[in-house]
Design a protein around this ligand. Sequence first.
Ligand code: ADP
Ligand code: MG
Length: 238
Amino acid sequence: MAIHNAGVLHGMVAMNVVRVENLHKEYQLGQQQVQALKNISLTVRAGEFLAIAGPSGSGKSTLLNIIGCIDTPSSGRLWIDDEDVSGRGPDQLADLRARSIGFIFQTFNLLPVLSATENVEYPLRHFKELDKAARRGRVAHYLEVVGLAAYAHHRPNQLSGGQRQRVAIARALATQPRMVLADEPTANLDHKTGEGILALMKEINRGAGTTFIFSTHDPKVIALADRVVEISDGELLA
Ligand code: ADP
Ligand code: MG
């Protein structure tokens, strides 16, 4: 199936989709300061299929949220597509985020009252260049990519866990982002279903060149990554 090409083969686009340098994140929890990330430096190249592996509480979600511009670091620098976005707040980054980054979450985060079609269409509603017909065409395409064309009118509670995560993948792809961030995308799925989700992500990575960064603590999922960076207690292990 033809999937859009995210541009890795074109010379004009940035080679590094993400770069972080000396990233720190502290949370204030009452009187206590939590060092969630300590001096993280990482470069992710266009087209990578990268796992961030670490136990619960090691900082995976914090790192993905900062890379995805939905949270900001306490210090350090961040580049998205070679653009220095350090110091810009989530509001200033809304447009870049909407167009460059797709998210997949552990708990799918679908809107329960919307159908599969409407969920996938949701992030496209601010794309003024797409009229309704173009939006619906794009949604139908990505539902087909994830194998859910026949479930377009189903609501999340009428779908299995694996099917819900496929809707979430279609939603992440619908904006045709250069990178997809997936925070423990298989954690709420049985092993076989989780493997299918990983295989689908890899197929899209290979077919369209979309960069995937996913977090996990499951050794079987880690084994499917092209590159693994390990995080422990907020630090990347060399
Ligand atoms: P992981 O995703 O690997 O389980 P997290 O990034 O969620 O880890 O958390 C890393 C550390 O930061 C943990 O000690 C966690 O308790 C803490 N933390 C995460 N979010 C917050 C928050 N909003 N406020 C305070 N502490 C937080
Ligand atoms: Mg987490």
